[in-house]
Write a new protein. Sequence first.
Length: 292
Amino acid sequence: MKMTFRSLLSWAEAELERLQAKSPVVESQILLMEILNVSRQSELLLGLDEEASESVFSTLQTWVERRGEGEPIQYIFGKAPFYGRDFFVGSGVLIPRPETEILVEEVLKHIPFDRKLSGLEIGLGSGAIALTLLLERADLHMRAFEVSEEALKWGFKNRAHFALDTRCEFQLVEGLEWPSLEGKVDFIVSNPPYIPEEEYSVLPREVRDHEPRVALVPPSQNPLVFYEQIADYAKTHLNPKTGLIALEVHAPLADQVVRVLKETLEPAFQGSQVGLVLDLSGQKRVVYFQTK
């Protein structure tokens, strides 16, 4: 008896439902579309009665099992979309989120266009933020700090994929101990760990059981610890004339982050301004500080 794509989908839907996946119908289609390298659902549906190969079924079977264990689809595919490009991801690195694109947009909006610039990302992860900025602006040079050796491997892989080795330097650091830089940077960007401990325990299983805790939860009971450290670091490393700090924030903490930046940096950078940016759902998402 021949095996069609329709029968494969029916099997995958039933199996994902049995494994208590969130959206068995949608997820089975997404998995099969990736295996077949099909970008539109209509293409898949038009060919449902065609015969499927054993290799397709074998891959689908493996992916369904992994998805049933809660593994994120991005890890299964080995990639995640961000700002119109795919970045390699997998175990040990945080998956880039669409809402983080707002952080990139704010940096691009606020940095000047009339000269070459240098930037620093604190918390590299996959490199999605730093590498996207470099790809969008040919006059940038970036440095980035990362505490996780596993995450750094993905950053290096993505840097090589986009042929950006000569325009950015990545450095493994120990916790909140960041090395001094030669000269000033024009901007600092970061999406630091900000999920409180009590919220981490109720995150979806695919996040809690698979993505790196170190990228999600601050290393102390103080949820502002990274923001305080970034502000303190900026006092001696940020360009006082055209400096920018752009930070992704947990909405309930946004006003406290604004306060931290004002109290720490306004005395050192007279005439500066602090702003809050909402995401598409109306949540406070990015806080920025700009010198004048």
